[in-house]
Ligand binder design. Structure first.
Ligand SMILES: Nc1ncnc2c1ncn2[C@@H]1O[C@H](COP(=O)(O)OP(=O)(O)OP(=O)(O)O)[C@@H](O)[C@H]1O
Length: 293
C-alpha cells in the first residue's frame, strides 16, 4: 500500500478513507463495536494507608467514549495511572483483549495499544509540532540503530512516511498550519490538540484523555467535543476524564462515576444525571464545573 499523501492538485477529491489509511495504516478498525476492549476487575490501589481505588470494576467497550467522573480526589487519575503502568495495583486485574496490562512497562502498554494525554501538557517545547508527533510515530519504527546512522533506504522511507503521517495527524486535529512552529509557541488549545495527535500517532486501540478541556473557553470546549467525536467515529475507543459536566454529558456514550475510590454508578449520561448517589456525591461541590446538572 502506498502511503504517499493523495495529491489534491490532480483535481480529485481526497477521500476520508485515503486520509485514514495514511494516518493509521496498521490500525485495526474496531470491527466488533460494543464488545469489551478493556476490563478492570476489582482494581485496587493503595498509597500507604490510603485506598485511592477500592475494588473498582468496569469495562471499556470497543468504539465507545466512556467518561470517568467523580469529585476531586475520587480516584480517576489513579485509575488511569494503574491502567497505563504508572502505578502497580495492590489487587485486581486490568486486561485488554484478554491479556493483562498489570505489571507491564509503560512502553509495553503503549505497544499493546493504550495511549494517553496528561492533565499537565507534556510536550517537547523546543521541537516543532510536527516533530512532537513524529516522536510518537518513531515508537513504531522497525529499522535498527545502524539503519538510522547509515540512513539505509528503509530508514529514509520510514522517515518520509512518518512526516507524511505526522502531517495527516496534525490535519486531523486541526493544527496542520502550525506544523513548523515550536510547540511552546502554540496556543494552549493547539498544544492540547497536539498532545492528542501525538497520542494517536501510536495507533492506539484505546485513547485515554485526562482532562483535555482544562483551561478551555466555551468555544474551545465545543470544538474539542467535535474532535473527540471524530476520533470515536474514526474507530478509536476513548476513555475520558473530565470535570466539565456539560462536555462529559454531551460527548460520552457511557459514564462511570467514582467517589472516594469506589464506583458508585455506571450508565448512560441521562441515567447518571438522575442518579441519586451521583447527585449526593456532587452536592456541596462549589466549583461550577463540578455540578452534575
Ligand atoms: N502518588 C500518590 N501518593 C499518595 N496519594 C496519592 C497519590 N496519587 C493520588 N493520591 C491520593 O489518592 C486519592 C485519589 O487521587 P486521584 O488523583 O486519583 O483523584 P482524582 O479523582 O483524579 O482527583 P482530581 O479530580 O482532583 O484530579 C487522593 O486522595 C489523592 O490524594
Amino acid at each position: 500500500m502506498s502511503t504517499a499523501i493523495p495529491d489534491p492538485a490532480d483535481g480529485r477529491t481526497v477521500t476520508e478513507q485515503e486520509i485514514a489509511d495514511i494516518v493509521a495504516p496498521d490500525r485495526e478498525i474496531a470491527v466488533s463495536v460494543g464488545e469489551p476492549l478493556v476490563v478492570l476487575d476489582e482494581l485496587t490501589v493503595t498509597f500507604g494507608g490510603l485506598t485511592a481505588l477500592d475494588h473498582v470494576s468496569f469495562e471499556i467497550r470497543r468504539g465507545e467514549i466512556l467518561g470517568l467522573i467523580g469529585p476531586n480526589g475520587a480516584g480517576k487519575t489513579t485509575c488511569f495511572n494503574a491502567m497505563t503502568g504508572v502505578y502497580k495495583p495492590s489487587h485486581g486485574t486490568v486486561t485488554m483483549e484478554g491479556a493483562s496490562l498489570v505489571g507491564k512497562k509503560k512502553h509495553a502498554i503503549t505497544r499493546a495499544g493504550v495511549a494517553r494525554t496528561f492533565q499537565n501538557i507534556r510536550l517537547f517545547g523546543d521541537m516543532t509540532a510536527l516533530e512532537n508527533v513524529v516522536v510518537g510515530l518513531d515508537a513504531r519504527h522497525r529499522t535498527s540503530v545502524p539503519g538510522a546512522i547509515f540512513r539505509t533506504p528503509r530508514h529514509v522511507r520510514e522517515e518520509r512516511e512518518s512526516i507524511e503521517r505526522g502531517m495527516a495527524l496534525l490535519e486531523f486535529v486541526g493544527i496542520a498550519g502550525e506544523a513548523t512552529s515550536p510547540s511552546r509557541s502554540l496556543s494552549y488549545g493547539s498544544q492540547r490538540r497536539l498532545e492528542i495527535a501525538r497520542a494517536l500517532a501510536t495507533e492506539p486501540k484505546l485513547l485515554c484523555l485526562d482532562e483535555p478541556a482544562a483551561g478551555f473557553n466555551p468555544a474551545e470546549k465545543e470544538e474539542l467535543m467535535t474532535l473527540i467525536r471524530q476520533i470515536r467515529d474514526d474507530g478509536y475507543t476513548v476513555l475520558l476524564i473530565e470535570h466539565d459536566m456539560k462536555l462529559v454529558m454531551g460527548v460520552t456514550d457511557r459514564i462511570v462515576v467514582l467517589e472516594f475510590g469506589r464506583k458508585i454508578a455506571e450508565g448512560a449520561p441521562k441515567q447518571i444525571q438522575e442518579d441519586p448517589a451521583v447527585i449526593a456525591a456532587y452536592l456541596g461541590v462549589e466549583d461550577d464545573d463540578d455540578g452534575v446538572a
